[in-house]
Design a protein around this ligand. Structure first.
Ligand SMILES: [Zn+2]
Length: 171
């Protein structure tokens, strides 16, 4: 499964209406976040919390977390990665910006790498910040680095339904 692709065997869709909700939260002046819960038909519930969402614990039956980035840059911080990896039932995270969102799906390959490297993750992020000149370049290189370690990531433009596989429904 190491070459598993985000688009393969699509079994989850965040449709236009739910996407509009997330996009609108991404335009607000406060940070928002929460969980997206699926049943076998699709999205069942979206939780909305206002405020810093770094350490938000999702209920055990929520498959996906999301949070907004006020900067508009949707690359995950090292803190984001730590928090995603700390909740075992969470399988994916969406980072929502005003113009685009980033879907991140955990994989076994990344879990293995993370467990061996979690103490170095902040340092790796810092190295990217030092090496690249602009925030945009840092974000691109950092996303490429995390992908190379096994994290699946895909950017979706505003308004476009988010379709993906690799996430199972938790009843
Ligand atoms: Zn974040």
């Amino acid at each position: 499964m190491s070459i598993f692709n985000i688009d393969k065997k699509i079994n989850k869709i965040i449709g236009k209406e739910d996407r509009r909700t997330l996009d609108n939260l991404g335009k607000r002046k406060f940070e928002f976040g929460g969980g997206i819960d699926f049943n076998h038909k699709g999205v069942e519930r979206i939780e909305v919390y206002r405020g810093k969402t770094d350490e938000l614990d999702l209920p055990p039956d929520f498959e996906i977390g999301y949070h907004t980035h006020l900067s508009g840059l949707v690359a995950p911080s090292a803190t984001d990665i730590h928090s995603i990896m700390a909740s075992p039932n969470q399988q994916a995270e969406i980072i929502v910006g005003p113009q685009k969102s980033l879907l991140i799906i955990k994989t076994q390959k990344f879990k293995t790498w993370y467990n061996a490297n979690k103490n170095r993750l902040d340092m790796y992020q810092h190295q990217h910040i030092q090496k690249y000149k602009t925030k945009q370049k840092i974000a691109i290189a950092w996303i490429r680095f995390l992908k190379s370690k096994g994290l699946l990531m895909k950017i979706y433009k505003r308004g476009v339904p988010i379709k993906f596989g690799g996430v199972r429904t938790i009843e």
